[in-house]
Structure formats: structure tokens, C-alpha cells
Design a protein around this ligand. Structure first.
Ligand code: G
Ligand code: MN
Length: 311
């Protein structure tokens, strides 16, 4: 069977028709599906064949939404925060993960998309605040364009203030391979965000190029241990997790372990030191209304637990 390769992608001049594009998107979907079975190692799905105007139209139509994956304190089982995860609610293909479309977002739309992500996280924080304590934190992944934009820290601070929110309720996740030496602007932006009281987390830590130097040169508050180190059955990876959690404690950094799927993984991680847990074992990513249900349930349970017992 012939599958379209990137070389075969027709130009807009040859195929301007929306139906043809939709067909190409479906074929990309099928290839991504096949990949999950036949190329187990490559867990990232193939991006769809997309044109910049597909993305722009989706933005105009509000098809990009955020789902929230709760982050849990394993000692209490309480949800202490959530990571905002971008999804595309595609009218025909259903809910799409960023692997399928993010590589195809043209650079000139990154700023607008990043802006939408922050706006939606702030509006969700407003909703969450009605049910939850001030300590609740929403983490947002920031893209390279935002990281290089020296106006970004002031801009986001004024948005947060306008809404009466506190900067510490927002955490920015940056990728581990952010190169602190390569870009002066990136470290400037991170330092300003940190000075303003936002929390900075180093995402997917331990996955790619090991940039321990980032911990020395950038104002990092938290590391997020990559799920490849968590899900493994190789003891060498457990030792790495253990030493990351121990070092983080010594450095005064907080830790979130990503991709926790089993009780064994949870028990092992808890034995290494203080760590927060994100993963399917506790919760999958979910729309805001489902998160709100869980938070209201949590708050009513703790109110009941604190009620004086009748004698
Ligand atoms: O790199 P980042 O931390 O932003 O990745 C988050 C992605 O990881 C989300 O798309 C989410 O669906 C996925 N994810 C979250 N928890 C788990 C898990 O326990 N197992 C697996 N396989 N994926 C997870
Ligand atoms: Mn992340």
C-alpha cells in the first residue's frame, strides 16, 4: 500500500481543495495509528499533513482547547495542581494530541497560540479559585517564541494582576534542552518571570541532552522527571530517579515525576524522597469541568474530615 510521504505532499497550487486536505489528514491519522502498533519504540505519533491556514482557521474557530492533568501529593492523595495540555478538538478527527499538529504550526502563529494557552489557563485558574485554596498551581508549557520575547514577562504579569491572581499560582514549563548559553534572551525572560514570582519547571528532565548546567545558570524551581525514567524496569534508571530526587532536595528544588502508571512505580518513587506525582495511575488529562468535579469532591471530603465529631 502506498502511503503519502512528505515528498509526495502536493502543493497548494495542485490541490487547493479542502476535501483533499481532509483526506490527507485522515491518511496521517491512520499512519499514526499504525505506528502505535508496529513501531512500539517510536511512541510519538506522526504529525498530520496540515497547511498553515488549517491551523489559523482552527484558532479562529476556537478549536484549540486545554485539558488538565492533575498533579497529586502522594502522601495525602490530594490534587495540588494541574498541567494544562493543549489539544485540538478537530471537527472530523476528534481530539488530537500536540504531536499530531504542533510541528506543523508555522512560526508566525506560535505567539498567538501561546497567548491563547495563557489566556485559557488564567481563566481556568479563576474558575478553580472558587473551589480551591490559593495554593493551587496551573502549569503551562511555554514555546520557544515566548521564551525569546523579552516583553513576555511584563505582559503576562499584567494579565495575572488584572485578573487579581497571584503569580505563584502559575508555573511555566520549559524543556530540558533549553540552552542557557545559546540565547541571552531566554535566560533574561526566565529570570524576569522568576523575579515576578512565577514558578519555573524544567520539563522532561533526564530525557534528552542532559543539561545539568541549566540548574546552575537558570532560575529553576522544579524539575519534572521524564516518564521514560519512571516507567522503566531497568534498575539503572531507578538509581537515576533516586539521585535526581535526592539532589533536588539538597538544592531546594521541588520534583514532579511524570508518567506514573502503576502502584509499584509510585511506591518506589515515594521511597526516594519528596515528590509530586503526575500520571495515569492517579488521573488522565481531562476537560476543566471534570477537574472541577474532582476538586469540589476533594474539598467537601476535607471539610467533612475537619468537622467536629458529635459526642
Ligand atoms: O512533555 P509533557 O510533560 O508536556 O507531556 C505530557 C504528555 O504526557 C501529555 O500529552 C499526557 O497525555 C502524557 N502523559 C501524562 N501522563 C502519562 C502517563 O502516565 N503515561 C503516558 N504514557 N503518558 C502520559
Ligand atoms: Mn509539560
Amino acid at each position: 500500500m502506498m502511503t503519502p510521504s512528505s515528498k509526495q505532499v502536493p502543493s497548494r497550487l495542485t490541490f487547493p481543495d479542502g476535501k483533499i486536505r481532509l483526506l490527507m489528514q485522515y491518511s496521517g491519522w491512520i499512519r499514526g495509528f499504525e505506528n502505535q502498533f508496529f513501531r512500539a519504540k517510536k511512541h510519538r505519533a506522526q504529525p498530520l499533513h496540515l497547511f498553515p491556514e488549517d491551523i489559523r482557521r482552527a484558532m479562529d474557530n476556537g478549536e484549540f482547547v486545554q485539558h488538565y492533568q492533575p498533579i497529586v501529593n502522594p502522601k495525602t492523595g490530594h490534587i495540588t495542581g494541574a498541567e494544562a495540555l493543549l489539544r485540538w478538538q478537530h471537527p472530523y478527527l476528534g481530539l488530537l494530541c500536540p504531536d499530531r499538529f504542533l510541528p506543523k504550526v508555522p512560526k508566525y502563529l506560535h505567539k498567538r497560540l501561546g497567548e491563547q494557552v495563557i489566556d485559557s489557563a488564567l481563566s481556568s485558574l479563576q474558575t478553580i479559585r472558587s473551589t480551591c485554596s490559593d495554593g493551587f498551581r496551573v502549569s503551562v508549557n511555554i514555546n520557544a517564541v515566548q521564551l525569546e520575547d523579552t516583553k513576555f514577562p511584563k505582559h503576562v504579569l499584567s494579565k495575572v494582576r488584572q485578573q487579581g491572581l497571584c503569580p505563584k499560582s502559575l508555573e511555566f514549563e520549559v524543556l530540558e534542552d533549553v540552552n542557557p548559553n545559546a540565547t541571552f534572551y531566554t535566560s533574561y525572560v526566565l529570570k524576569r518571570l522568576h523575579d515576578y514570582g512565577f514558578s519555573i519547571a524544567l520539563d522532561d528532565f533526564g530525557a534528552g541532552k542532559n543539561r545539568l548546567s541549566a540548574l546552575r545558570t537558570l532560575p529553576i524551581d522544579r524539575i519534572k522527571i521524564d516518564r521514560s525514567l519512571v516507567k522503566t524496569e531497568r534498575p539503572v534508571h531507578w538509581h537515576i530517579c533516586k539521585s535526581l530526587i535526592t539532589s533536588a532536595k539538597a538544592l531546594g528544588l521541588r520534583v514532579t515525576a511524570e508518567g506514573v502508571e502503576t502502584k509499584e512505580q509510585l511506591t518506589r518513587l515515594k521511597s526516594y524522597g519528596p515528590v509530586e506525582i503526575q500520571g495515569f495511575y492517579f488521573h488522565r488529562p481531562m476537560p476543566l469541568d471534570q477537574l472541577m468535579n474532582k476538586l469540589s469532591q476533594q474539598s467537601s471530603e476535607s471539610t467533612q474530615a475537619n468537622m467536629p465529631v458529635a459526642v
